[in-house]
Design a protein around this ligand. Structure first.
Ligand SMILES: Nc1ncnc2c1ncn2[C@@H]1O[C@H](COP(=O)(O)OP(=O)(O)OP(=O)(O)O)[C@@H](O)[C@H]1O
Ligand SMILES: Cc1ncc(COP(=O)(O)O)c(N)n1
Length: 217
């Protein structure tokens, strides 16, 4: 589903065109009315009206992973908190990074303890992973239990879309029937592998992408 068209490269976002809510609704209905949807990942939403369109169909969106995209790594604002809030109650897994968790809670989320508290406070019926970016330690709150997921930090500047990749991989594993903790663990392994595969790429003047198809290379 296209919710917004962005003009961006490794250095920044230069334009955003928001797709009208009725067109987003039509895209969703076109798929839901015809195809067996097994998993869904929501990234940049763009407007509260589009969030409402998605929320109104939440009962038809299995394995819903919500990545509350607010600001691009390059610093450009992509969405407001009001465009994410209507979806929180429906997320099977919510995947904010520290800044996004902080914006949703209205407080600083920086340290490991703050990440753990944020994951617990954001978790409701669904689970939450607060991601730790280059430190590679994420915090999962699932079924009321908080777990630290320690990864292997990859020394690279190519991390454009690491959070989007992670959330999409979680949704994919859920669609394959994994339980949430397994889906999150496998998604993290995939992201680490994809980051490592693009470690030395020189693409553009800013942070480049991950090697999503490394296993097929
Ligand atoms: N340099 C790195 N080395 C290892 N793991 C990383 C690195 N950077 C990010 N990760 C992992 O990638 C996943 C996505 O988290 P991250 O915090 O980067 O998301 P994000 O900030 O929302 O990403 P983006 O906004 O760039 O899409 C997490 O599992 C995190 O630990
Ligand atoms: C459409 C869209 N969605 C998400 C991101 C966040 O990714 P990043 O933080 O790596 O810039 C982005 N830049 N653009």
């Amino acid at each position: 589903m296209i919710t917004a068209v962005t003009a961006q490269n490794t250095r920044g976002v230069t334009a955003v065109h928001h797709v009208p809510p009725d067109v987003v609704a039509a895209q969703l209905d076109a798929v839901l009315d015809d195809l067996p949807v097994a998993g869904v990942k929501v990234g940049m939403v763009g407007s509260p009206a589009v969030a409402e369109v998605i929320a109104a169909r939440a009962h038809r969106l299995p394995g819903l992973v919500v990545d509350p995209v607010l600001v691009a790594t390059s610093g450009s604002r992509l969405s407001g908190v009001a465009s994410v809030r209507p979806l929180l109650a429906y997320a099977m897994v919510l995947t904010p990074n520290r800044d996004e968790a902080g914006a949703l809670l209205g407080r600083r989320v920086t340290t490991a303890e703050e990440m753990a508290r944020a994951a617990a406070d954001l978790a409701g019926p669904g689970s939450v992973v607060v991601t730790g970016s280059e430190a590679a330690t994420d915090v999962l709150c699932h079924d009321g239990a908080v777990t630290f997921l320690r990864g292997e930090p990859v020394a690279t500047r190519n991390n454009h879309g690491s959070g989007c990749t992670f959330a999409a991989a979680v949704a994919t594993r859920l669609a394959h029937g994994d339980a949430v903790p397994d889906a999150v663990r496998r998604a993290k392994e995939y992201v680490t592998h994809a980051l490592d595969g693009a470690r030395d790429w020189q693409l553009g003047g800013g942070p480049g992408p991950l090697h999503h198809f490394r296993r097929y290379a």
